[in-house]
Design a protein around this ligand. Sequence first.
Ligand code: NI
Length: 406
Amino acid sequence: MKNLKEKLFLTIGEINERIITIRRDLHAHPELSGQEEHTKYLVKGILEVSGYQIKESNKHFGLIADLMVDENAKTVAIRADMDALPIQEQTGKPYASREKGIMHACGHDSHTAIALGTAIAIAAHKEELPGNLRFIFQPSEESKEGGSVEMIEEGALEGVSAIFGLHAYPYLNSGEIGYKYGVMMASADVFSIEIFGKSAHGARPHEGVDAILVTSMIVNSLNHIVSRMIDPLHPAVISLGTIEGGKASNIICDHVLLKGTVRTINEEIRNNIPQMMEASIEGISKSMGAKYKFDYEFGQPELINHEKIVNIIVDEAEKIIGKEKCIDLIDPVMGGEDFSEYLKLVPGAFFRLGTCDEEKKTCVPQHNSRFDVDDDALQVGMKIMGASALQFLIQSNSLYKKEHDA
Ligand code: NI
């Protein structure tokens, strides 16, 4: 007799073509952060038919779908993000975006399709489930605030004992996965700096306060924080992304606005950086007779995977795709991901799903107009996601284990 996971894999095989079609439909109709309406209704319709109880929000297009089998059993959550990016697609594929200037260039279409497929396949075996399932379809992952915070505030993690998430990854081959113990991704903060000088004739600089010169000294000094004030063994990035200021070639500039981002993988360093930045901005401004305004906004925290949950993913993945296709990623990356908000509150783990296939042209980096995922990776994602979630429930429900081992 087949066990639950074997039955799940069979069902996943049966629905695979349908999930690929759904993924391509989502890809053709991408929606920006906060506008995921079509995506939400597509997801909702499918989940309702599969027997899920849906909780919607009136503030955004995220939804929570529950499959409750036993109130006393544990609940495991699987999260998918649904939003796309403001990029004009250039893949030329038949299912390329039909929306001008909007594109699934981060693979969130595949995340949504994989979670949907996993949900359908698991629901097909409802009577045998060792616990409860929750699927979190989240909006606005790409937005600065991150949609996960709102979902959590609205109860997405209530009663949840563990959470799983994945991300398409063009740096690994389709059929492989990447896992990482501990810190996997960086925190992502944003800041803005305004420098107020005094305008004057360009020929008489001594009568003004040159906000451009002050800014140039600040830019220079901010770049010394990471190289000279932070332990080189702890990665950190301070990047300025925009600079605006000045009106004419012969006027001393009286106002400059700078915007940037800070990434770290260490909470203590992260907390120290704003003070280090401000000390520098303040000192330079003061010495030059300028005034400043400094705003620092803490965004997503570092993404820290929980060892026990990573172990579950690796164990299941090794059985499904083989040990050699499970890659220990070793180094964290400095990109941010708002899945980290869930991991601050419940044990869980995020893993990378390889989507690169040279022939299918799916090895292009994310956020690029030629990005796409290999549809053959969807099945791998569904199987590992589904098996890992079930394994967590089996492990945490010893009664079920005894019955089924006997
Ligand atoms: Ni993404």
